[in-house]
Design a protein around this ligand. Structure first.
Ligand code: NAD
Length: 266
């Protein structure tokens, strides 16, 4: 088994379902001890922690609302108290509140921004502060690694989802600006931009044959993604194998961003 992350500690926000679950599991399989943040699905987070411990790994579940500053501070306090520090932080939590633009309420807009963008800002900020506080560790060439969970919608406009697309576009510039600022400290900051991954957030797009057929027209590679596809990418971005990679968005999308509408001459 690839133990590229042996001896390192990871935090995954929104780790109780979907992509976060797959990422937490993949990081644990690669040897990291994992803190699984959850907001609403405590049982799933505890089950995952148990599953990781059964195979000899170390894991804890921590409840926190990533849009709440006091919760973020408490989450990092628990994490550091339990594991001593953190080496890899995956800011993954996200949600959608879809509406036609003229019907979108300020509450819909704020809810998405507060979790998807401000939540990632606060998560990444506490991570950087902790990396700087504890200094270098022999477990990695970098002082620390941050992975922001973006989306193909950081570049693909999405009618009916203006709040979501704006939050992911914001993540792109937050990630790049932060990467530029902290690179001299040997902190690497990158994003993963998933395409269509089979999770609860987009169930309506894949849970019946007609919806799936329509979705697959947007995916040149011809299949929907699985959480483990993102997990494998996260392990690489967190490991020293990607030590010279910072400020980059890794698209894991089966070619969704290749303008598939032009495949037959446009
Ligand atoms: P999901 O709904 O299974 O996961 C979202 C996670 O975020 C859940 O665990 C949820 O509890 C958590 N969350 C929501 N609000 C929170 C809060 N206030 N505090 C803490 N956690 C909170 O969906 P997913 O597909 O696994 O989404 C994970 C990330 O991947 C999101 O950022 C999403 O935008 C992104 N993404 C998903 C896809 C896809 O196709 N599934 C595509 C592109 C990007």
């Amino acid at each position: 088994m690839n133990q590229a992350l042996h001896g390192q500690v990871a935090l995954v926000t929104g780790g109780s379902s979907g992509i976060g679950y797959g990422v937490a599991l993949a990081l644990a399989e690669a040897g990291a001890s994992v803190a699984i943040n959850y907001h609403s699905h405590g049982e799933e987070a505890e089950d995952l922690a148990g599953k990781i411990e059964q195979v000899g790994g170390q894991a804890i579940a921590i409840k926190a609302d990533v849009s709440d500053e006091a919760d973020i501070d408490a989450m990092f306090d628990s994490l550091i108290q339990h594991f001593g520090t953190v080496d890899i932080v995956v800011a993954n939590s996200g949600l959608q509140k879809d509406a036609k633009f003229t019907d979108m309420t300020l509450a819909d807009w704020n809810a998405v921004m507060n979790v998807n963008l401000t939540g990632q800002f606060m998560t990444a900020q506490r991570a950087v502060r902790e990396f700087l506080r504890r200094g270098p560790r022999p477990v990695s060439k970098a002082l620390g690694k941050i992975i922001c969970m973006s989306s193909v919608h950081e570049i693909i406009p999405w009618a009916g989802h203006v709040n979501y697309a704006a939050s992911k576009g914001g993540i792109q510039m937050m990630m790049k600006s932060l990467a530029q600022e902290v690179a001299p400290h040997r902190i690497r900051v990158n994003s993963i931009a998933p395409g269509a991954i089979k999770t609860p957030i987009n169930k309506a797009a894949w849970d019946n044959p007609e919806a799936l057929e329509k979705l697959l027209k947007l995916v040149p590679y011809g299949r929907i993604g699985e959480a483990e596809d993102i997990g494998h990418a996260a392990v690489w971005l967190a490991s020293d194998d990607s030590d010279y990679v910072t400020g980059t968005t890794l698209f894991v999308d089966g070619g969704m961003t290749l303008y598939p509408g032009f495949a037959d001459n446009g």
